[in-house]
Design a protein around this ligand. Structure first.
Ligand code: FAD
Length: 343
């Protein structure tokens, strides 16, 4: 089939990779260029936090998350970067005054899914065996099943792959006016296809009811004095912060969560909170260099859950909120099984 996809962010790319594997021909439209930073998928830390996200999410997130974790390695292999996938568990810790909160957090996860019984309590010695650089923490939990995708590498490698694929036409810097059952409308002109996907994230807000943006801010630090190797969360009564290690001593520190569609630069308050939290976690961050500060908005529906809408030969996928990397492969698989693959 000849398929049109509006929006080549995270969902659009995962869709494109799946559809190419099935032998289809694709025409892609995005208002950004192929290497631009508009997609939320370009800002994300790429954590695959199947358990840690459960505290404030439904168990459906857990089921789709577990499925996605099995699908990511093949997607990354397809675009030539299998090493951009890491699954060696994650750490959650807190300051001593917040240990009660930490215990409560883990108890909540255990009440939600039985698999959370595999979460391990670590004392200082056990933690130091896993992560020698976290020796100042006397207590933590280890979640063996969690992992991460190097989001920025995935975005770049998928652009390279799609741009060089013979069955792909990518209209960059091309804003879509609307996506209808009849086709994709650009500059008032209708482009028709055998099947259409709307994967515009927040850009679909005129056509997807109750879609809102949730602002998130992240900092990129280069910290040669810090050697943390796994995604690590610090539980704090006012904010949840995480440190996600990337190659070459780089760490992504995130993320704020603010009910606003404001994509303006990172605020002083957010940067102070994020930076003081990482410094309190490891004093080696004192001499880190701030190499980037990024803001974006998570496309979010009223119930904070993802949604697939099928109408004849049009499929809309949206609302991946703070779980895009965790959910996209499984949600796309579900959408294809319920829609185009039935044909
Ligand atoms: C700070 C932050 C941290 C995050 N961290 C994580 C994490 O650790 N783990 C995780 O699982 N998820 C994380 N996420 C969430 C994840 O990034 C999103 O859920 C995901 O990117 C949503 O995918 P999407 O394809 O729907 O939207 P996007 O990735 O935003 O893509 C939408 C695309 O549509 C294009 N577009 C929009 N409107 C138009 C138009 N009119 N015409 C043409 N093109 C258009 C845009 O240019 C963009 O390329 C994070 C998000 C943020 C903001």
């Amino acid at each position: 089939m000849h398929i049109g996809i509006a929006g080549v962010g995270l969902v659009g790319r995962v869709l494109a990779l799946n559809l190419l594997s099935q032998g289809h021909t694709l025409t892609l439209f995005d208002e950004d260029n192929a290497y631009g930073d508009k997609p939320a998928g370009m800002t994300a830390a790429g954590m695959l936090a199947v358990f840690a996200e459960l505290e404030s999410a439904e168990s459906i997130i857990f089921d789709h998350g577990q499925r996605s974790i099995t699908l990511w390695p093949d997607l990354l292999e397809q675009v030539g970067i299998p090493e951009a996938y890491q699954q060696k568990g994650s750490i959650i810790t807190a300051h001593p005054q917040d240990y009660k909160e930490l215990d409560h957090f883990i108890e909540t996860l255990k009440r939600k899914v039985k698999e959370a019984s595999e979460i391990q309590l670590l004392d200082r010695r056990e933690l130091t065996q896993l992560e020698p650089d976290l020796e100042q923490h006397a207590k933590a939990f280890f979640i063996p099943q969690e992992g991460q995708v190097d989001a920025q590498r995935f975005m770049k490698a998928s652009s390279d792959y799609l741009l060089s694929h013979a069955n792909v036409t990518w209209h960059e810097e091309t804003k879509v006016d609307a996506v209808e059952e009849e086709g994709i409308i650009v500059d008032g002109k209708l482009h028709t296809f055998d099947w259409i996907f709307d994967a515009r994230g927040l850009g679909a807000n005129e056509q997807v009811k109750d879609l809102r943006g949730v602002r998130g801010e992240v900092l990129w630090l280069d910290a040669p004095e810090v050697k943390i190797t796994r995604p690590t969360r610090m539980l704090h009564p006012r904010y949840k912060i995480y440190i996600v290690p990337r190659p070459n001593d780089r760490y992504i520190i995130g993320a704020t969560e603010i009910e606003s569609e404001d994509k303006s630069p990172v605020s002083v308050r957010s940067s102070l909170e994020l930076l003081s939290a990482v410094y309190s976690m490891h004093s080696g961050f004192a001499e880190a260099r701030i190499v980037n500060m990024v803001t974006n908005c998570r496309p979010t529906l009223r119930d904070n859950l993802p949604n697939i809408e099928q109408n004849n030969k049009l499929t809309r996928i949206n609302g991946l909120y703070r779980h895009g990397y965790l959910l996209a492969p499984a949600i796309v698989e579900k959408a294809l099984n319920e829609g185009i693959s039935k044909m």
